[in-house]
Design a protein around this ligand. Structure first.
Ligand code: SF4
Length: 297
């Protein structure tokens, strides 16, 4: 299989997000909340729970793949509907009906094994007004053992980790296989504002990550991109590395760092993909200087 990065076409023009590098977009099949996707970072089949059908996010990342995001339109998840959808999808997976759907039928068995259920979204999942209730429902559903065990993964931009309901929700992800993936693209305030499109303080975000990572290992997700053809400078990479080193020094447990580029077409024409050798160089520098395994996806 060719590298994910190799297979990404230059993002010169925005176009509808119809394909991922693995060849298929998220598959909602007319559901509101629950989708399936073959995810490179999951290593195969992921079931996603979209906590933001209304596309709410408090960041405005230059590389964001979600068109027409909004702020202030956070709606609570309809828990009953979400759980009905999840039961349907879990049944489809466990009875191998998914395997017969277009696109999936051509995939190798290994990619069709369920790797995890993610809490994610067309936006930031922790903005959901009933985030805690969603986590409670998923954990309860798993405890019923109607289906084989699955791990839960929260994928977050890390900006709300210190909020009480979010912290309480994360506490519920108590199986040792459960994971929290946090976004950390940059290591300085100026670039944080530029790349992630936020006026929030990078230090506050780092404190949130530290608070979680002192209690449990986190995975750092670091999307690296080229802006008008220019990737991060060595100094900017060093600033990112310095933040990771500081987190570790203060007691953060960091399981790994995911280095990657956007996998669906981005809408911002200034944004392009870094070549595999650039991504690899960043990952190698992080691994070498922080002692944390960094992997290119
Ligand atoms: S945090 Fe995620 S959803 Fe929000 S703007 Fe950034 S990439 Fe888009």
């Amino acid at each position: 299989m060719s590298s994910i990065v190799d297979s990404i076409a230059p993002a010169a023009k925005p176009k509808p997000a119809s394909c991922t590098a693995f060849g298929c977009a998220r598959d909602f099949d007319e559901r509101r909340y629950v989708y399936t996707v073959i995810s490179p970072r999951a290593g195969g089949l992921s079931i996603g729970v979209n906590l933001n059908p209304t596309r709410c996010c408090n960041f405005n990342c230059l590389y964001c793949e979600v068109p027409n995001r909004v702020t202030g339109l956070e709606l609570p998840v309809d828990i009953e509907k979400m759980m009905n959808e999840l039961r349907d999808v879990m049944t489809m997976v466990s009875t191998r009906k998914l395997h017969r759907r277009p696109y999936y039928h051509q995939l190798p068995e290994g990619l069709l094994e369920l790797k995890h259920i993610s809490l994610s979204g067309d936006g930031e999942p922790t903005l959901s007004p009933n985030f805690l209730e969603v986590v409670q429902s998923l954990v309860h559903f798993r405890a019923l053992r109607m289906f084989p065990f699955f791990k839960l993964v929260l994928i977050t931009n890390a900006s709300k980790l210190m909020e009480e309901d979010v912290a309480n929700g994360i506490e519920l992800l108590e199986d040792r296989q459960d994971e929290v993936w946090v976004k950390l693209d940059v290591g300085d305030q100026e670039r944080f504002q530029k790349i992630n499109g936020t006026s929030e303080k990078l230090d506050a975000l780092l404190q949130g990550i530290l608070g979680v990572a002192k209690k449990r290992p986190v995975v750092i997700q670091s999307l690296q991109t080229a802006i008008n053809g220019v990737g991060p400078t060595p100094k900017e990479v060093d600033q990112l590395i310095a933040r990771i080193c500081e987190l570790r020094k203060e007691g953060a447990k960091i399981a790994s760092v995911q280095i990657y580029s956007a996998t669906r077409p981005v809408w911002n024409t200034e944004v392009g993909h870094l070549k595999l050798n650039n991504l690899s160089a960043i990952a190698q520098a992080i691994s070498k200087k922080t002692g944390v395994r960094a992997v290119v996806y």
